[in-house]
Design a protein around this ligand. Structure first.
Ligand code: HEC
Ligand code: HEC
Ligand code: HEC
Ligand code: HEC
Ligand code: HEC
Length: 210
């Protein structure tokens, strides 16, 4: 029977298959690296805000306590956002005439809050609770980074499921950073022992998913 492919065509075909496989592997590795990197989670990218607010100025320079503007952190699931009135306490006279404060005056006139964009928002199927963490002594910095040094607020951690579970599996062993402005005491997670075996409710799906 006559050869269908010449020896040279055979070599070329093999080469094409090998190159094809190599490209597939590289593309897969690049995709994996992208997902593992911060880029896929928008780490370090500020959101467009109605007013160019700076934590570096207010929480850093002026040393305002986080709770001054986010009063829910110790009591509620939501950290809460400052009302327009909170800003006006200082910016009532001189500064509110500048263009930067137009959205603030508009919110005040409407009797609503300024519509800030979020850099931390989780999908709707995830439940989060600030009070549970703050009371346990987990500082803001563990999840939000050094906010008091940020001229524009950015996401510092992925806030992915893996990030949450990394700590929930064993919160006691983690180097937990206390918020410089809040200075909570050391981390003390509740431990549940059942016949001497530790069962952690912190890794149960229903803890974070409704
Ligand atoms: C003077 C008021 C004020 C103080 C004090 C303040 N913040 Fe904020 N914070 C804001 C405002 C306004 C925003 C929305 C604009 C922005 O994201 O920059 C915000 C946004 C945030 C966000 C992003 C929320 C989201 O939805 O993604 C985090 C995280 C945050 N603040 C943490 C802190 C921490 C930690 C401290 C203390 C170190 C602090 N803030 C102190 C006013 C304040
Ligand atoms: C405790 C007083 C105080 C409060 C409360 C406060 N600020 Fe300020 N803010 C200041 C001071 C002081 C400066 C000027 C800092 C500087 O120039 O170094 C400033 C600067 C600013 C600037 C920058 C102005 C510029 O020219 O760059 C913006 C924007 C601003 N604040 C917005 C806000 C908003 C929005 C809120 C409410 C969430 C707020 N501030 C609450 C005291 C305050
Ligand atoms: C264990 C991680 C974690 C810690 C610790 C933490 N946060 Fe958050 N924070 C989040 C997550 C996740 C969101 C987004 C919540 C959502 O979308 O439901 C968020 C949202 C916010 C928001 C947006 C508005 C809102 O009402 O929730 C602010 C402001 C905020 N955090 C401030 C703080 C401050 C201040 C502290 C420290 C006292 C703090 N956070 C500690 C994870 C954390
Ligand atoms: C640095 C450690 C750490 C990180 C990161 C962390 N947590 Fe937690 N979480 C804790 C501790 C500690 C508690 C409190 C445990 C206790 O009270 O015994 C807690 C409690 C909770 C609770 C309340 C459980 C209850 O009692 O109902 C929820 C919900 C939760 N975490 C969700 C999350 C989510 C979602 C993330 C990721 C966005 C996250 N956590 C990231 C340490 C962490
Ligand atoms: C400590 C909190 C926590 C626990 C416990 C947890 N999850 Fe999640 N999960 C998250 C967060 C946060 C996200 C959202 C990540 C993002 O922003 O996409 C998520 C997302 C998901 C998603 C959506 C797909 C994805 O990757 O975004 C699925 C499915 C899921 N979780 C299933 C589970 C199951 C099943 C369990 C129990 C074995 C579980 N989770 C336990 C925090 C948690």
């Amino acid at each position: 029977m006559a050869q269908i492919f010449s020896a040279r065509a055979d070599t070329r075909l093999r080469l094409a298959v090998i190159i094809g496989l190599a490209i597939a592997v590289l593309a897969g590795a690049a995709g994996f690296a992208h997902v593992r990197s911060g880029a896929a989670w928008a780490i370090g990218r500020p959101a467009p805000q109605p007013i160019p607010f700076s934590h570096a100025v207010h929480a850093g320079g002026l040393e305002l306590d986080c709770r001054f503007c986010h009063s829910g952190v110790e009591r509620r699931a939501d950290a809460g956002m400052p009302s327009a009135g909170t800003c006006l306490g200082c910016h009532d006279r001189v500064w509110n005439v500048t263009a930067q404060f137009v959205p603030l005056r508009a919110a005040l006139a409407r009797g609503t809050a300024v519509e800030w964009a979020s850099v931390s928002r989780l999908p709707d199927h995830v439940r989060f609770d600030h009070a549970a963490h703050t009371v346990a002594g987990v500082g803001c910095e563990s999840c939000h980074g050094k906010v008091e040094e940020m001229p524009r607020t950015v996401r510092a951690e992925t806030l992915s499921m893996g990030f949450c579970l990394d700590c929930h599996r064993d919160p006691g062993s983690r180097q937990v950073t206390a918020a410089s402005a809040m200075r909570p005491h050391g981390l003390q997670a509740r431990r549940h022992l059942h016949y001497g075996v530790e069962v952690s409710p912190l890794t149960r799906c229903s803890t974070c998913h409704r």
